[in-house]
Design a protein around this ligand. Structure first.
Ligand SMILES: C[S@@+](CC[C@H](N)C(=O)[O-])C[C@H]1O[C@@H](n2cnc3c(N)ncnc32)[C@H](O)[C@@H]1O
Length: 187
């Protein structure tokens, strides 16, 4: 199974109808659509991306799938995500997805950067409700990708005891395999 699908299946284990979720990197909207489908008509997805192109692509995909009213799309750095979450949702966030790197087919210079990724991940860990899960899909093949992946893993591994971390990586395929870092908040 492709690691994007593995990330979604890990999230599906903890997310359900009526929940609140965050897509920290909407890109073309594939994960946002997955989250919107999973939270159902009573739930909500906050989607962040710094590119207009990504926000538009995600909006169009959601419209096509009839999911537009389940998502709030925000053109903003995910390091600032906390400012955009409504007060009444702050204790209800069950899932947060990050798909790092750059938007396929777009400018590869617009890419997630270690500094803001780590700030966003720290915010995400605080926002996550007990019982919730963060999935970070990190890529190692582009410039800066390996160090970003290493730093994200190191930050996750340094979280306090009420978080658990698992890392999945295909071991038999690519020269620069992606990595899925899953963080669970226990309490
Ligand atoms: C690999 S793509 C995401 C793919 C997406 N999950 C999908 O399903 O199509 C990474 C995205 O992260 C966005 N991005 C880069 N830096 C960001 C930041 N600081 N805050 C929010 N989004 C960012 C890029 O614009 C790009 O669209």
């Amino acid at each position: 199974m492709r690691l994007v699908k593995v990330a979604q299946s890990r999230i599906a284990e903890v997310l359900g109808p009526g929940d609140i979720a965050i897509d920290a990197t909407t890109g073309n909207g594939v994960d946002t659509a997955f989250l919107a489908r999973t939270v159902g008509t009573e739930g909500l997805v906050y989607g962040f991306d710094i590119q207009q192109k990504a926000i538009c692509a995600t909006g169009e995909l959601l419209c096509t799938l009839g999911l537009k009213n389940r998502a709030l799309l925000i053109m903003e750095n995910h390091a600032d995500m906390a400012h955009h979450i409504h007060r009444r949702h702050r204790t209800r966030i069950r899932a947060i997805m990050f798909n790092l790197g750059y938007l396929p087919g777009a400018d590869p210079a617009i890419v997630t950067r270690t500094g803001s990724t780590l700030i966003a991940l720290e915010k995400a860990c605080k926002l996550l409700a007990p019982g919730g899960r963060i999935a970070v899909l990190a890529y190692t093949g582009h410039p800066g990708g390996q160090s970003e992946t290493d730093e994200v893993r190191a930050m996750a591994n340094s979280l306090p005891d009420n978080y658990t971390v698992t890392v999945e990586r295909p071991s038999n395929t690519l020269k620069s395999p992606p990595e899925l870092i899953v963080i669970d908040r226990l309490a």
